[in-house]
Design a protein around this ligand. Structure first.
Ligand code: B12
Ligand code: SF4
Length: 539
């Protein structure tokens, strides 16, 4: 199993993070009897392509697996190309969000990939590996019966029937011992960090997002069993901080409260953080002290757009006043409140960027992030923007690079505006806020965050600062887009007409398409009917 060596300079700055898919997929494999599993974290260890090849030459694996989110896709394709060159007989498998929806494009570019696992991976990988092990995968008829995969057959792409979402998340068997624990350090608290899953899926349908489509159904774990997993992480692997990998951990209040009560009862030496929605925080006003007592210290809120206009466009149902109140409540309960802003839509102007800064001053969050608007190629807003998204270099779809060219500003101006907001916001925090925080734990945490910012800014990793070079008093920016992947609007229109088969495989109501045995997409009425209208936050 390989985590590709891709870096973006955003959330990574807080430390090195363990890839959760390795524990969940690796644990499934081991549980199914495939016990000879090796994990190479090329990302955390910055393993270059040549070194990776050397490692694979000596390992001689039968199967090589990699993951890919959108910005990582090219490096993931390359990773499996290296695996193929190193071990021509090894079977190569790619999973993760991007190939789940874009498998046709991926096979077009990387035909050396044998299988793409589409969607939630545990059950699919079990079926696929069993068929590889008993040789039935060589039988074209039996191969088509393996659910949730895509592959090339005589140069044509085959996508098999989708695997249903896993009904009982407590049946999962994650194996966290596959990870190199001394590498995963969370800088703010200087302790080991984990990213476990309490819930999967999201009942909302924000238009720029893909996660609700990816997991298809919202499910949570039994709080007690989940805390068993946390106990293993703390006791066996020395984890002192975890962030829930969930899209939406708090919507089921009863379960979330039960989770907190169980953590309090076990009194584990661990703190944690979540991403969640403003409306859940307002709903849980009275329970916030309980959440804090359970060790929840950092809440990142999808406050997102400063202007109400943007909130409406994203199909959000929060108001600016609600954002401000949620931040106040979190701070009063002793937690670190983080606000997220989205910047860089086509109607962005210097004034709207300034407006987000003013909101950050008015709402007074402990931390603020300015994320570049990044519609995933399989998100509803991407389809709507279509030929306005000229940059198709997915490696820059990373929240820190302006993909869209606003009508009234250049991309350089957008980036500089955002960096100016960061500089002003954190300068004030450095001198007038963090060192004077009364609660010693919160002070330590915030000063730790500042250390992470300072370190990565100095190393030019934060927000990928390496692309800025000083030219006298001004800064030049080179986004480093792959020029072969930047098109004019006319070119994009012609391309989509010439190769409609390379578009995302998604329908905006029903998530990962469900295929019948004949390979034709079938309807799933129940699932469509169960989707409530969309609402707030970025995760
Ligand atoms: C933890 C996390 C991180 C960690 C990374 C930890 C790590 N080493 O992987 C940190 C904080 C560093 C991070 C950074 C970034 N992240 Co992030 N991150 C997440 C988060 C919150 C949880 C991911 C997770 O662990 N999920 C749980 C696991 C079990 O799910 P999974 O990885 O999808 O794996 C399942 C399936 O996909 C499948 N699967 C996946 N891979 C494979 C491989 C094989 C072979 C098989 C069979 C199956 C399989 O099986 C798994 C089990 O079902 C998600 C949001 C979310 N809730 O998922 C965002 C998310 C993945 N991040 C995202 C982004 C954009 C980024 C950044 C670019 C942002 C930035 N500038 O900082 C960077 C990129 C960093 C990098 N170098 O790649 C996006 C990706 C969107 C997209 N379309 O690609 C997400 C979805 C957030 C969002 N809503 O937009 N991130
Ligand atoms: S942005 Fe967050 S709340 Fe909205 S659909 Fe995606 S995961 Fe759900």
């Amino acid at each position: 199993m390989i985590q590709p060596n891709y870096h973006a300079g955003g959330a990574e700055i807080a430390g090195n993070w363990p890839p959760g898919w390795v524990a969940y997929i690796g644990g499934t494999l081991k549980h199914a009897g495939f016990t000879d599993v090796t994990f190479i974290d090329a990302m955390t260890n910055y393993i270059g392509d040549d070194d990776l090849k050397k490692r694979l030459d000596s390992l001689t694996p039968d199967v090589v697996m990699a993951t890919a989110i959108t910005p990582m896709i090219f490096q993931a394709q390359k990773t499996l190309e290296i695996a193929r060159a190193s071990n021509p007989n090894a079977i190569t498998i790619l999973g993760g969000i991007h190939p789940t929806f874009m498998y046709r494009q991926v096979f077009d570019e990387a035909p050396w990939i044998d299988y793409i696992v589409r969607g939630e991976g545990e059950e699919i990988v079990k079926e696929l590996m069993a068929a590889i092990a008993d040789g039935s995968v060589r039988d074209p008829v039996k191969k088509r019966q393996i659910r949730g995969i895509a592959y090339l057959e005589n140069d044509a792409v085959v996508a098999t029937a989708a695997m249903p979402p896993i009904a009982d998340l407590d049946s999962l068997t994650p194996d966290w011992s596959l990870l190199e624990w001394d590498k995963y350090i969370y800088i703010p608290l200087n302790c080991r960090v984990a990213v476990p899953n309490f819930a999967r899926g999201c009942p909302f349908t924000c238009r720029f997002c893909s996660q609700w489509k990816f997991w298809r159904k919202y499910r949570t774990r039994d709080p007690k069993k989940f805390v068993d997993e946390i106990e293993t992480l703390v006791r066996d692997h020395g984890v002192g901080f975890f962030i829930l990998a969930d899209e939406e951990p708090t919507i089921n209040k009863k379960k979330f409260v039960a989770l907190c009560e169980e953590l309090i009862a076990r009194d584990l030496p661990v703190h944690w953080g979540i991403n969640t929605r403003v409306t859940d925080i307002l709903r849980d006003e009275k329970e916030l002290p309980l959440y804090r007592k359970a060790g929840l210290v950092h809440v990142s809120l999808g406050t997102e757009a400063a202007a109400q206009l943007k909130l409406d466009r994203f199909r959000k149902q929060t108001t600016l006043e609600q954002n401000k109140k949620a931040i106040r409540l979190l701070k009063e309960a002793g937690m670190v409140a983080e606000a997220q802003f989205i910047i860089g839509l086509e109607n962005e102007t210097p004034e709207t960027i300034e407006e987000t800064y003013k909101f950050s001053q008015d709402w007074k969050p402990d931390m603020a992030n300015w994320n570049m608007y990044t519609p995933w190629p399989f998100a509803e807003l991407f389809a709507e923007l279509a030929d306005k998204v000229e940059v198709r270099d997915y490696s820059k779809y990373n929240f820190v690079t302006p993909i869209i060219q606003p009508d009234a500003m250049t991309r350089e101006q957008v980036l500089k505006g955002v960096l100016r907001n960061y500089a002003r916001f954190y300068m004030k925090k450095t001198f007038f806020s963090y060192p004077w925080t009364r609660d010693p734990f919160k002070r330590k945490y915030l000063m730790g965050c500042l250390r992470a910012f300072a370190k990565t800014t100095f190393e030019k990793k934060f927000y990928d600062l390496e692309r800025l070079s000083m030219n006298g008093m001004s800064a030049d920016v080179d986004f480093g887009f792959d020029k072969d992947r930047v098109f004019t609007r006319d070119q994009l229109r012609t391309m989509s007409e010439a190769r409609p088969d390379l578009a995302a495989d998604v329908d905006y109501q029903r998530a990962v398409p469900v295929y019948g045995d004949d390979g034709v997409a079938v309807e799933d009425e129940e699932e469509i009917a169960s989707k409530p209208p969309g609402s707030p936050r970025a995760c």
